[in-house]
Ligand binder design. Structure first.
Ligand SMILES: *Cc1c(COP(=O)(O)O)cnc(C)c1O
Length: 476
C-alpha cells in the first residue's frame, strides 16, 4: 500500500472511525483527567522513521485516533483553566469537519465563492455581535497574534504614509522609529507583531501609573504632545490575561483623535465583554478604534485556528496586503472578495465555516447566555477564594479571569512565590484540573480563565478543592 489513489474507497471508513470515536470521547471529556501523564508513553507510537511502505488509510487513522484520544491534553473539556483557552461548541466542531470535507482554498473568490461569501457574512455578524460599526473592514486570521500583526501592519502603513513613505513598497529604511505607546497590560503578541513588522519588539513604550500596569493617561498625553504632531500608534488592551483588566479605551480614543494617532485595540478575549450589558462598559470606546483584534478559538469556542482583525478604514487592509500592481479596494457591497489581499496569508483554510455554524446555531442570545454564565462562574470562583482562609484574591473579578494565590496562615511573605510555583506544578501533574501560574505585581499567582462553553460552577469548585488539598500537602 503506498498510493492514496488505490485507497480512495477507504475515505468513508476512515471518517466513520473518527465519528464513532467522537461519541464516547465527547461524552467522557467532562469526567477525564485534563491530562493523564500515565499515557505520555503512547506518544512514542507517533514516532519512528518515515515508513517506506505506508500502513494504509485505516491503520494510520486508527493509530492517530487511539494515541490522540488517550494522550492528548483534554483542553476542550470544562476544567482546563490554564492560559486563556476555549473549547469547540458542537456546531463549531461539526462546521470544522465540514471545512475539512470541502477543503476549500479560501484565499481567492475564484477558488471558493462559498468561503468568500461565508467570510463576508461572519465578519458582518461578528461586528454586529461586538457593536462595531458595519463600515469597518475585516479579515479572518489564524489567531489574535496574526490579527495584531494585521492591524499593526495597517497602522504601520498609515504611519509611514504620514511621513510620505510607502512602507509596503519601500520598507522602513529612512524612517524614524515608529512611536508605540501602551500600558503594562500589553500582551506579548503585540510585541511579536511589532518585531515581525521590523518596528522592534521593544518599540512599545509602557506608560503605567502603578505596579499593576494600569495606563497613565497624563503621561500618554505628555508623550503625544512631545511628538509635536508626528504620528504615533496607541495600543489599548481590552482583557488582560492576568486579571481581565482593561485600558480606558474611550479616553485613549479621545487622545488618538486629538493628537492624530492610530488606536489599535487588542481584545483577544476581552472584546466579548461587549456581548453582555453587564460588561459592555469595559468595551466602550472600541468602536472608535482604528484596528481591533479578537480571537475565535477563545471565547467564541471555535476550534483552532481562528482569529479576526477589524479595521475602521477598510482601505488600509488592501494597501497593507494587496497585490503588487494595484491597491486592492473591494467595494462595500462587493461579493467577489479575494480575502488573501486583505491579510498576511495567501492560501488559507475556510475558517469562516465553523464560525458561521456556531453563530447560526446559537445566535446573539446564545452567546450572551454563555458569556454571562462565565461571568457568574468567575464571580463564584472569586467568592470561594475570598471565603477560603488559605487563598487570597489579588484583583477584582471583572471578566472571566480570576487572579489569586495560595496563602496559608503562618507562611512568611518571602516564601509565598516559591510555594505557589510548587503548587502550580503539583496541580498540573495531578491533572484533575488545569490552571497555571503567572506573576502579578511581583507575586506568583494563579489566573484561571473560565471560557469553555461546558464550564459550570461545579468545575471551579473542584479547582478550589484540589488546589487547597494539594497545597495542604505541600506545607505539611
Ligand atoms: C491569547 C491572547 C493573544 C494571542 O492570541 P493567540 O490566538 O494565541 O495568537 C493576544 N492578546 C491577548 C490579550 C490574548 O489573551
Amino acid at each position: 500500500m503506498s498510493d492514496p489513489l488505490t485507497e480512495h474507497d477507504q475515505a468513508l471508513a476512515a471518517l466513520r472511525t473518527v465519528a464513532e470515536a467522537a461519541g464516547p470521547y465527547l461524552e467522557e471529556l467532562p469526567k477525564r483527567l485534563v491530562h493523564d501523564r500515565s499515557r505520555d508513553g503512547l506518544l512514542a507510537e507517533l514516532d519512528g522513521p518515515l515508513p517506506e511502505r505506508g500502513e494504509g488509510t485505516l491503520a494510520s487513522v486508527e493509530r492517530l485516533l487511539r494515541v490522540g484520544t488517550e494522550a492528548a491534553t483534554h483542553s476542550s473539556g470544562p476544567r482546563f483553566f490554564h492560559f486563556v483557552v476555549g473549547g469547540a461548541t458542537p456546531a463549531a466542531m461539526a462546521g470544522d469537519w465540514v471545512t475539512s470535507l470541502l477543503d476549500q482554498g479560501a484565499g481567492l473568490w475564484a477558488t471558493s465563492p462559498l468561503a468568500a461569501r461565508a467570510e463576508t457574512v461572519v465578519l458582518r455578524w461578528l461586528k454586529d455581535l461586538f457593536g462595531l460599526p458595519e463600515s469597518f473592514g475585516g479579515v479572518l486570521t489564524p489567531s489574535a497574534t496574526f490579527a495584531n500583526l494585521t492591524g499593526l501592519a495597517c497602522a504601520r502603513a498609515w504611519w509611514a504614509d504620514r511621513h510620505g513613505v510607502d512602507v509596503v513598497a519601500d520598507g522602513l529604511a529612512g524612517l524614524p522609529p515608529m512611536p508605540v505607546f501602551s500600558s503594562g497590560l500589553v500582551h506579548v503578541s503585540t510585541r511579536k507583531a511589532l518585531q515581525v513588522l521590523g518596528c522592534g519588539r521593544d518599540s512599545v513604550r509602557v506608560l503605567a501609573r502603578d505596579d499593576a500596569g494600569r495606563l497613565d493617561l497624563a503621561a500618554l498625553e505628555e508623550a503625544l504632545v512631545a511628538l509635536e504632531g508626528a504620528p504615533a500608534v496607541l495600543v489599548g488592551n481590552l482583557g488582560d490575561v492576568n486579571t481581565g483588566d482593561s485600558d480606558p479605551l474611550a479616553e485613549m480614543a479621545d487622545l488618538a483623535e486629538r493628537y492624530g494617532a492610530w488606536l489599535h485595540v487588542d481584545g483577544a478575549f476581552g472584546l466579548f465583554a461587549a456581548v453582555s450589558p453587564r460588561t459592555a462598559h469595559m468595551a466602550r470606546g472600541v468602536e472608535r478604534a482604528d484596528s481591533v483584534t479578537a480571537d475565535g478559538h477563545k471565547w467564541l469556542n471555535v476550534p483552532y485556528e481562528s482569529g479576526f482583525s477589524f479595521v475602521k478604514d477598510p482601505a488600509w487592509l488592501g494597501r497593507a496586503f494587496g497585490a503588487w500592481d494595484a491597491p486592492y479596494l473591494p467595494e462595500p457591497d462587493e461579493e467577489r472578495i479575494n480575502y488573501n489581499m486583505l491579510g498576511p496569508e495567501s492560501s488559507r483554510r475556510a475558517r469562516a465555516l465553523p464560525i458561521w455554524a456556531t453563530l447560526r446555531a446559537y445566535g446573539r442570545s446564545g452567546y450572551r447566555e454563555m458569556v454571562e454564565r462565565h461571568l457568574d462562574v468567575s464571580a463564584h470562583l472569586g467568592g470561594l477564594v475570598e471565603q477560603a482562609p488559605d487563598l487570597e484574591l489579588l484583583a477584582p473579578v471583572r471578566l472571566c479571569v480570576v487572579c489569586f494565590r495560595y496563602r496559608p496562615p503562618g507562611v512568611p511573605e518571602e516564601e509565598l512565590n516559591a510555594l505557589n510555583a510548587r503548587l502550580g506544578k503539583a496541580l498540573l501533574s495531578d491533572g484533575r484540573v488545569f490552571a497555571g501560574t503567572s506573576v502579578h505585581r511581583g507575586m506568583t499567582m494563579f489566573r484561571p480563565a473560565a471560557l469553555n462553553w461546558r464550564t459550570t460552577a461545579a468545575d471551579v469548585e473542584l479547582l478550589v478543592e484540589v488546589l487547597r488539598e494539594l497545597g495542604a500537602r505541600l506545607i505539611d
